[in-house]
Design a protein around this ligand. Structure first.
Ligand SMILES: Nc1ncnc2c1ncn2[C@@H]1O[C@H](COP(=O)(O)OP(=O)(O)OP(=O)(O)O)[C@@H](O)[C@H]1O
Ligand SMILES: [Mg+2]
Length: 138
């Protein structure tokens, strides 16, 4: 487990950049956990800036998935907030994306402890004020 203390949105973006630069080859899903406003999208923004430079990251709350294609591999950004549980997650066909590119999901709580193999968990916990504890399982 790697723990990073972030004091600002920019520092959370930097944590996403650092993970993208050190991403293990065999990882197909970065599973983000954390409450509303924790900073999941900020983390994704940093992550995507490395793997799909120039892409504009916006949370796919209504579309469930956004695709960013300016890098070597597509990046699929999921927001599972509106899904109800793992049946919903799997029935939207999420598994097909794992082999097509690198996936990163907000609201991974919706997997209900049924995360796919080859996923890396990243939890963002709100502390006081703008402080966040980012825990990366490795
Ligand atoms: N250390 C921090 N890291 C990230 N965001 C921070 C931090 N401190 C304050 N913020 C603020 O918290 C908010 C985080 O928003 P963001 O959209 O990234 O959260 P989220 O976890 O994706 O929320 P949602 O569950 O709605 O998708 C922003 O308004 C940001 O400015
Ligand atoms: Mg978000």
């Amino acid at each position: 487990m790697t723990e990073i203390l972030s004091q600002s949105e920019e520092e959370t973006e930097k944590a996403g950049i650092a993970l993208a630069n050190a991403l293990p080859e065999n990882v197909s899903l970065i599973a983000l956990f954390g409450e509303l406003g924790a900073g999941k999208t900020a983390f994704v923004r940093g992550f995507v800036s490395v793997l799909s430079p120039g892409s504009r990251v916006k949370s796919p709350t209504y579309t469930i998935v956004n695709e960013y294609v300016s890098g070597n591999k597509p990046v699929y950004h999921f927001d599972l907030y509106r899904l109800n549980g793992k049946e919903d997650v799997y029935s939207m066909g999420i598994e097909e994306y794992f082999s097509r590119g690198i996936c990163i999901s907000e609201w991974s709580e919706r997997f209900e402890d049924e995360l796919p193999a080859r996923s890396l968990k990243v939890s963002i916990e709100k502390l006081d004020g703008s402080a966040r504890k980012i825990s990366i399982q490795n």
